[in-house]
Design a protein. Structure first.
Ligand SMILES: Cc1cc2nc3c(=O)[nH]c(=O)nc-3n(C[C@H](O)[C@H](O)[C@H](O)COP(=O)(O)OP(=O)(O)OC[C@H]3O[C@@H](n4cnc5c(N)ncnc54)[C@H](O)[C@@H]3O)c2cc1C
Ligand SMILES: Cc1cc2nc3c(=O)[nH]c(=O)nc-3n(C[C@H](O)[C@H](O)[C@H](O)COP(=O)(O)OP(=O)(O)OC[C@H]3O[C@@H](n4cnc5c(N)ncnc54)[C@H](O)[C@@H]3O)c2cc1C
Ligand SMILES: Cc1cc2nc3c(=O)[nH]c(=O)nc-3n(C[C@H](O)[C@H](O)[C@H](O)COP(=O)(O)O)c2cc1C
Ligand SMILES: Cc1cc2nc3c(=O)[nH]c(=O)nc-3n(C[C@H](O)[C@H](O)[C@H](O)COP(=O)(O)O)c2cc1C
Ligand code: FES
Ligand code: FES
Lengths: 283, 306, 306, 283
């Protein structure tokens, strides 16, 4: 029996069937789901349990034939614990949580990401490529240096095959042009005449910058951004740890993807986050 | 027909109150919950210092029994920081009950004194926490401690004091009696049940804290019995607020009939859109009142004892 | 690989035992349950006199939480009449644990002395009954009474004594310690949770006895935590038998990992064909043992504490 | 949404929409089910809750358009409490419980009942009449006196319409022939050449008598009898109060309808019952 989506239940134990170093301090894993499931959507996330260690939210890079791909960037003890896991080990997942990206048709799709934010964009790219209509996909990626660029080889190949246009840059110029991905984005926005939608996932301050930029261009008909940087406990709306002011939206349920209209209403966006205590901290 | 209900001197527009710990960390979610149509909100339990609570996993669902197990471990920003959120909330005139906890009388007093000047509706005293580390004696299960703390706090504030009761006792009426003698203004029953879930694949308790508290539908028959037992003993002597496993308007009625004057709702508001849930709750309660020709909530209270 | 398990001096062919009160009134259902593949059976709790128990309704299902609420009220034929059924059962060599109850020490002694000559495997002492009329002090929640009764009965029989523990206490380890000091041979955790369901249409508690006990899936997280707490305290000092909400082989494993040496299964065997259930249980437990390379049940016991 | 059968759950509250005196000390009731349901089968039963009074098993006389018909004979306080209920009052039901009659085709259907045992036979008759093949239905009913004959008028009408053959008798000769219904049954068995199935519901000793009678005739290819006289608490198999020796079958789940093969194995049949205490009592 194939389930439409995973039940939001206690952690479902999955075997790690593949693991590789994706880029600097970042590993990708393939997890074998023990139940048949379809229906994870780009932008959704899971809660990843490393038994005896920690549990935290991570985005979904892909789901095919009950194999779920995730990409984990080292941040602290919890992500390190996952990096220590090997093929054959079990980890638990809960999900699928959150509202996905909802790409319209007949627009330029402008995807821009930083750090582990590129994880959900991977799945979005694959979904857009599978759509019946030929879509115009532009991916803007930047990192401090070359070995921190996620999915670099894969994105380059797609670029070479003409499936996407890949705009890549590094702070130190070790790959692509030197500078921030927003530079290429702005250039593109100045040139293009087609209505465009911006999809962003990464550090919130970067996304806020993009948001302010995008608003200057009426041809940007929507922006969809993943507020996947907030502390989360439950992932399904109960603890409210992930909520934003002043709307009280919970990122895990009402997000993590918010569109322009909603982002306008979130005064916290790019400014404050809440710690695990509930205290506010300037971003 | 009116949904208004009185809890001592306090009148609420309806008997539905947000339970502590769910949607209760920031002014914005509390405000959202109230605007969804509730009668009042209880904040997350607040202590003296900021605390990160327990290691994750600290909460997950148990769908098969429509329940949730959690051990947030009283994570909270501390009363001084929370005061800011509270002030914002009170600016919007949201009827607010502040849940407070402490490891000792001194801690309870410090938190209470630090917030008692605000125009809040009540303090809810949280003496228990099913997710606490050990099975060590807790205030909630010790009638003498409960009496002493309530009595002392009573002299420190004119704000109504509600006492939240744990179901993890052999005689809930005994603990409640201590609280009533101490001078509290309402009883809130019940908190979560002590519980645990072990993953058989990795042979580990799933919660970071190993132990947790069970909330949701599995708790309802326990909560109903607790409220029934309390009402049988206290009758109208003290208002009782029913909590545990409310997922439907019918569940609210069941608590009222058992003896509740109002109810608190946690898990079900946390796993859905509070706006939708509250609308359904209200529709059902109203429909029931019409069909059974009740014109006020107080007429329903205790109906199962007749 | 062997499913056999030892509870003190007693060896069972597997760790699955029929819980008291379910399928346990007549020799024929007990025999049927054993022949379905269980390791042993516990009889319905037997007292001094025949009793009709509580008015019906005395049991019904709560499907939403995969549970049952009941208040049979210890209906039983009395030990003298039951002896006949017991003798027939023992003729078929069914490993049998006799559950006994009493309102007082004297009653307990009378029942025990009336049956102790039979070749039974153990007595299970039932000190609690969540469906009893009042919230009056029960033996099960009084450490001193538990100690005295176990100690006295210990001098009256050489048959192993198991003590069944109620979850309706603040500290299950405290009660268990009294039982162990009194000289019991195994702990059985847990009995049902105090519960009630009210019908909102007629505004009546549904059970004839109003109050009842909750069994089934809702009880499992509470039972697991109880067994975990007991094992943490007693370790291998005394065997623990886990009960509450077992519906699947996985649940049996979960109890073993928490610290159980064997499990009792009630509700799930009572709402289905025991033959099918037991087969599924066995398949699952065996498969788990294979996958995790366990060769005996004792290797699994307490695995979640490592 | 129409449910296949009622969930075995807490009592479902139903409004009494009709009530009439069926015969001496026996009332029939129609209960409005608040949910759409189909699928009660003849021979199944419900647990009937009279709030604040009692709960006990009763057979199903019919179910059409979510209206459930039951027939209640006065026995003691519980059945009296139901007799006091009026149209508009609410009672609770749990069910549908038990295994139904399973009539084969191309046989004589011989239905024989006494007392409230005729209740489930009513539904069986209606089911047989609805079947596509024309069925040969014989109904044997007896009672002490005329005003104790259940469904008399209805059965007579069916007889007059040629739908069934109605063999009726009373102990005192106040209606039909004087004597027991088993007399007419035996006469019929002696005459008929067609393979026959006997369906019996009534006092267990009467059924035992019929069972022994039927066994003498090889043309009786099966007997299906309702052991609906035993004390029941749960109705779904948990309490075991209704179990029979030596098989340990629970009448509520493994029955109440048992066929010849099974009845042979029940040593209690017609001999012992168990009281609410679990004590055995000679029938
Ligand atoms: C919706 C969402 C999707 C995410 N997707 C990915 C992903 O695909 N790949 C990836 O590598 N990371 C992802 N993250 C971030 C990831 O959850 C954190 O990096 C991880 O929790 C860090 O844990 P740690 O113990 O290693 O670090 P710590 O040392 O504990 O903390 C480092 C920082 O990580 C964050 N963090 C810690 N715990 C949590 C928590 N429970 N919830 C949220 N943030 C936390 C905090 O900002 C903290 O300051 C995502 C976060 C969210 C909210
Ligand atoms: C499967 C089944 C189907 C039945 N169908 C019908 C029916 O359609 N119509 C009908 O009128 N009666 C039916 N009965 C019998 C009915 O349940 C009893 O007549 C009723 O319970 C008597 O209750 P009381 O309080 O009036 O009598 P009481 O004074 O309590 O007892 C009189 C006798 O009724 C029987 N009885 C009492 N309580 C129960 C109980 N909980 N379960 C079983 N028997 C009990 C006992 O044999 C007792 O000796 C059925 C019984 C069973 C087991
Ligand atoms: C995630 C979560 C956090 C909770 N935190 C608190 C808390 O801080 N203080 C408190 O008194 N109760 C707390 N509770 C208990 C609830 O207030 C409530 O008593 C319990 O959940 C039963 O109600 P429910 O079934 O409607 O959730 C918490 C419950 C949950 C699920
Ligand atoms: C119908 C029923 C009757 C019970 N009767 C008894 C009893 O007589 N004595 C006893 O110790 N426990 C009794 N119990 C409790 C069970 O033995 C068991 O402890 C409890 O139901 C939890 O296990 P379960 O969830 O597997 O049913 C009864 C339970 C049920 C459901
Ligand atoms: S993580 Fe708990 S509400 Fe979002
Ligand atoms: S009535 Fe309970 S088992 Fe049949």
């Amino acid at each position: 029996m194939t389930k439409q989506t995973l039940a939001n239940d206690k952690p479902l134990m999955c075997k790690i069937v593949d693991k590789w170093e994706e880029c600097f301090e970042t590993f990708s894993f393939k997890l074998q789901l023990p139940v048949k499931v379809q229906g994870a959507k780009p932008g959704q996330f899971i809660m990843l349990w490393i038994p005896g260690e920690d549990e935290y939210p991570v985005g979904i890079a892909g789901l095919e034939n009950n194999i779920l791909e995730v990409g984990i960037a080292r941040m602290g003890e919890g992500t390190e614990a996952m990096h220590r896991k090997e093929v054959g080990d079990f980890v638990g997942i809960r999900g699928f949580y959150g509202k996905p990206f909802t790409p319209p048709e007949d627009v330029n799709h402008l995807l821009i990401g930083g750090g582990f934010g590129v994880v959900p964009l991977k799945m979005l790219i694959e979904t857009l490529m599978k759509s019946e209509k030929k879509q115009d996909i532009h991916v803007f990626e930047g990192a401090r240096t070359k070995n921190r660029l996620m999915y670099l080889k894969w994105l380059q190949e797609l670029h070479d095959q003409g499936e996407i246009t890949f705009h890549v840059c590094t702070d130190d110029g070790s790959f692509g042009y030197q500078g921030f991905p927003t530079v290429a984005l702005e250039e593109f926005l100045q040139k293009t005449k087609t209505p465009s939608v911006i999809y962003a996932a990464g550090p919130e301050r970067m996304m806020k910058f993009i948001f302010d930029l995008g608003k200057k261009y009426p041809k940007v008909i929507d922006m969809q951004m993943s507020l996947a940087g907030r502390y989360m406990r439950c992932g399904f709306g109960a603890c409210a740890n992930c909520a934003v002011d002043p709307t009280g939206w919970r990122i895990c349920v009402d997000g993590p993807i918010f569109n322009t209209e909603k982002l306008e209403k979130i005064s916290d966006f790019g400014v404050y986050e809440r710690l695990d205590t509930g205290e506010k901290k300037k971003l | 027909m009116s949904l208004a209900t009185k809890i001592g001197s306090l009148t609420l527009r309806n008997p539905m109150i947000l339970a502590s710990g769910v949607l209760g960390t920031s002014y914005s979610t509390l405000k959202r919950a109230y605007e969804a149509g509730l009668g009042a909100v209880v904040t997350k339990s607040i202590g003296i210092n900021p605390s990160s609570g327990n290691t994750n996993p600290s909460i997950f669902a148990l769908n098969e029994i429509r329940s949730v197990i959690s051990s947030i471990g009283l994570a909270n920003p501390g009363f001084q920081v929370f005061r800011e959120d509270l002030e914002k909330l009170l600016e919007s005139s949201v009827p607010t009950i502040v849940s407070i906890f402490g490891e000792s009388m001194e801690e309870f007093k410090e938190v209470l004194n630090g917030l008692t000047d605000l125009p809040i509706q009540a303090f809810e005293l949280n003496f228990s926490c099913s997710s606490s580390k050990k099975d060590r004696a807790q205030i909630s299960t010790d009638p003498d401690l409960v009496f002493e703390i309530v009595k002392e706090l009573r002299t420190n504030t004119t704000v109504p004091l509600w006492v939240k009761l744990t179901p993890n006792v052999s005689n809930i009426v005994e603990i409640a009696s201590s609280a009533v003698r101490g001078g509290c203004d309402a009883l809130v029953a019940v908190d979560t049940l002590k519980a645990m879930v072990i993953d058989i694949q990795t042979k580990q308790p799933i919660l970071g804290n190993k132990r947790g508290g069970l909330s949701g539908a599995a708790l309802k028959p326990v909560g109903i019995r607790s409220v029934y037992d309390l009402y049988e003993h206290f009758d109208e002597e003290i208002p009782i607020i029913g909590v545990g496993g409310i997922y439907r308007g019918e569940d609210i009625i069941e608590y009222l009939l058992a003896g509740a004057t109002a109810v608190e709702i946690g898990t079900s508001l946390g796993v859905a859109y509070p706006e939708n849930m509250v609308r359904f709750f209200q529709m059902k309660v109203k429909k029931y009142m019409e069909e059974h020709k009740f014109s006020s909530i107080s007429e329903i209270t205790g109906g199962a004892h007749k």
